[in-house]
Design a protein around this ligand. Structure first.
Ligand SMILES: Nc1ncnc2c1ncn2[C@@H]1O[C@H](COP(=O)(O)OP(=O)(O)OP(=O)(O)O)[C@@H](O)[C@H]1O
Ligand SMILES: NC(=O)c1ccc[n+]([C@@H]2O[C@H](COP(=O)(O)O)[C@@H](O)[C@H]2O)c1
Length: 346
């Protein structure tokens, strides 16, 4: 009997891309081909609106898009618990909530079912066995590297996540997770609980690149699920210049969202649509930073207290290659290579 695990990915998902779903498939293959674990479920947990990252669509829309994106999956599900909280939740609290729920459910399976209140993210057939299910945080290597952004993650949270849950990290161009772990005392201490997986079929599509193309009126077809793209067009998200974009699917595919909105109309705080494009970000110098998780960042509290949301500490900056013309620089850039932390001094 293989030990059971469930994978949870936390992020903005604004919008969800096929690569977000691939993370789950890659991770499940890894564990199952090695015969080390049984992956019982995949959970996508979008962050709260007050995370405040530029380009964050309202959570109602992000949840709807995720639902559409996982429609063809029989094991990846949306958890909208985070977005229904009254404020942004730290990732360790998100893990704790889902792990507690799994534990309670396995120990007293009848409880939730009797009341008909099982959350949609709960994997199926959990009660076939009574052994525990360990929840692991699934992420791309850039999220791991965001641990080094001063003030964004506390050392206690990092240690709690890596020691008590575990990380499953998928490689991403421009990231070097092995080196990153080596440079961190906390991560090195708990490296037995970190699974690094090489994605041999990398795809550098990112939500921010999709937003940029949409904002410029360029096609994103085949970069996004057709249903998600259609939803974006219909809802007018990301300043989409719709005249250039093919409406790929029929509107009745969007019925889901009406149902979702009806069920949640009182629960989700809609935030105002913002200017969604990062392409107007001024080019900033990349800063190399020697990092050790054991360090206490000097600006930590200042940064979190001084901003309306922690997501504002992160921006995606696309640095054009000096040797390329402007027109081809977009294809040449590796977005996550240029995902650098902008620590804005208050
Ligand atoms: N192409 C990719 N390869 C590997 N991991 C990815 C990729 N795209 C997203 N991820 C991972 O998916 C998770 C959720 O990411 P997030 O919502 O920030 O998406 P993103 O595409 O990186 O967004 P943005 O471009 O807005 O920063 C993170 O753990 C991130 O590392
Ligand atoms: N201290 C923390 O727990 C902490 C800090 C920053 C981001 N996060 C989470 O990590 C994810 C990052 O998402 P993005 O890569 O889209 O910024 C989000 O789910 C966010 O809530 C958690």
């Amino acid at each position: 009997m293989l030990p059971r695990i469930a994978l949870i990915a936390c992020g903005s998902f604004s919008p969800p891309t096929p690569m977000h779903m691939r993370l789950f498939e890659i991770a499940r293959d890894y564990f199952e081909i090695r015969g080390s674990h049984k992956v019982v479920g995949g959970i996508i947990s979008p962050t709260h609106d007050s995370y405040g990252k530029k380009g964050l669509a309202p959570s109602l829309d992000r949840c709807a898009m995720i639902k559409l994106a996982v429609q063809s999956s029989n094991w990846i599900r949306l958890s909208d618990w985070e977005v229904h909280q009254s404020q942004w939740m730290r990732t360790q609290s998100v893990l704790q909530h889902h792990q507690n729920y799994l534990n309670n459910f396995i120990n007293s399976p009848g409880d939730g079912e009797q009341h008909g209140v099982l959350p949609g993210w709960l994997p199926k057939n959990l009660t076939e066995r009574r052994d525990p299910i360990k929840l692991k945080l699934l992420c791309g290597a850039d999220l791991l590297e965001s641990f080094a952004v001063p003030g964004l993650w506390s050392n206690d949270d990092i240690e709690n996540i890596v020691a008590n849950y575990g990380l499953v990290v998928i490689s991403r161009c421009g990231s070097n997770p092995e080196k990153f772990i080596f440079e961190s005392d906390i991560l090195t201490k708990h490296q037995y609980n970190i699974t690094l997986i090489t994605n041999w079929v990398p795809n550098e599509v990112s939500s921010s690149l999709v937003r940029r193309l949409l904002n410029r009126g360029e096609s994103v077809k085949y970069l996004l699920d057709d249903l998600v793209l259609s939803y974006i067009n219909r809802q007018g998200l990301y300043n989409v210049k719709s005249k250039y974009i093919t409406d790929a699917v029929h509107p009745n595919h969007l019925n889901f969202n009406h149902a979702y909105m009806d069920n949640n109309k009182n629960a989700i705080q809609q935030s105002n649509h913002q200017d969604m494009d990062e392409s107007d970000s001024p080019l900033r110098q990349q800063s190399a930073r020697v990092f050790c998780c054991g360090e206490t960042p000097r600006v930590a509290t200042k940064l979190l207290l001084g901003r309306s949301g922690p997501g504002q500490a992160i921006q995606v900056i696309t640095v054009p290659d000096k040797n390329k013309s402007n027109s081809d620089s977009l294809e040449q850039t590796q977005p996550k290579k240029q995902k650098i932390a902008q620590v804005q001094q208050i």
